[in-house]
Design a protein around this ligand. Sequence first.
Ligand SMILES: Nc1ncnc2c1ncn2[C@@H]1O[C@H](COP(=O)(O)OP(=O)(O)OP(=O)(O)O)[C@@H](O)[C@H]1O
Ligand SMILES: [Mg+2]
Length: 330
Amino acid sequence: MSTPPEKSSLPAASLDAALRPASWDEYVGQAQVKASIRISLDAAKKRGSMPEHLLFYGPPGVGKTTLAHLVAATLESPLKTTSGVAIERAGDLAAILTNLDPNTVLFIDEIHRLSRKIEELLYPALESGHLDIILGKGPSARTVELALPPFTLVGATTRVAELSGPLRSRFGGGTYQLDLYGDEDLRAIIRRSAALLGLDAPEETIASIAARSRATPRVGNALLKRVRDYAEVHEKPLSSALTDEACELFGIDALGLTKDDRRYLSTLLEGFRGGPAGVRAIAAALHEEPETVEHVYEPYLLRLGFIERSPRGRILTMKGREYLDATTKN
Ligand SMILES: Nc1ncnc2c1ncn2[C@@H]1O[C@H](COP(=O)(O)OP(=O)(O)OP(=O)(O)O)[C@@H](O)[C@H]1O
Ligand SMILES: [Mg+2]
């Protein structure tokens, strides 16, 4: 195989960064989201001001962080990245905001993790570009307004429902939902990643990796890398037969489902008679966090039509039962 050695030793953690699209053209799919963000950015650039604040939400690995990078690059602005978890106290937020270079894109990942107190401090910063700082304590305490350099907040979250209404309403530049990807887009993403990794991947290999990507670019890229590793170890060229062989070893089936997904489905069937079952009860039966079940397992199972959400809980569909039947027979 023709893989350059320096690419082979790429640590998994830097795969996202190495394969991250650097231009709008390389950012595959999500056409409506891209077009609409670019209008906000172009309009702001024409006015010579910073655009209004933007919020991106969607499942893990669908391109939210990548979009934040593209926004900053388009505006030719510095990008400052932080996370809702890292901003615990008022002082943390004040330190970040007062140290921003003018016209920075401030990216707050996992923005749903900000406490209400921090959210409230953020409101004046988002609306009128100042921070209210309280000096002193008790009856002699007074509030001073500290003017901030102009900035655009880009928030990202996998859990938009956990954001308070007042915070959501402050993203004047728009709230954008990133969807899971269709097969053609996934193939384009994996084709590009294969080229960047210096791999000679036939179209059939790309298609079989795309089909197992759980409709998620990050999952596809990671699987491409694992299949590449497998091919190197076995000193075989990439092919769909080799992909099948590798995926069988990894426990990933033709739809990209793993034993954890099958355990979810069989728990819903056997433990809850096919539902409806609440996500907390399912999570407890699986010894998983409800958040993991809801945000990692379920989006793709919902997309496959193997489960449905109802007001009373999750339901295993006919399609889900047929899948389980077929896999347990084999
Ligand atoms: N539209 C896209 N086109 C090409 N590659 C993409 C696209 N979206 C995501 N990717 C690839 O998937 C990887 C993961 O994307 P990214 O880190 O932006 O996801 P995320 O939504 O921020 O995930 P998380 O919720 O876990 O933070 C990127 O490094 C990039 O290589
Ligand atoms: Mg991210």
